[in-house]
Design a protein. Structure first.
Length: 67
């Protein structure tokens, strides 16, 4: 929930943060047609700093869906 609130603070209203219990992976699905470098870096740093995830285990995926 903390990770989701952090992503929400960037202005995204539709997203999902999935944290695996079997591995150290964190997947972030963002409803966006494109994701710029600065925003992706902000999300990555949030996941790294708050969840302690190492660099190769954060996966950020823009998934665009019109609602």
């Amino acid at each position: 929930l903390v990770l989701e609130n952090m992503v929400k603070s960037l202005g995204f209203s539709f997203f999902l943060v999935s944290v695996s219990v079997d591995s150290d992976n964190v997947n972030v699905f963002i409803n966006s047609s494109e994701l710029n470098y600065d925003t992706a870096l902000s999300i990555y740093n949030m996941m790294k700093n708050e969840a302690g995830v190492v660099s190769g285990n954060v996966i950020i995926m823009p998934v665009y869906s019109e609602s």
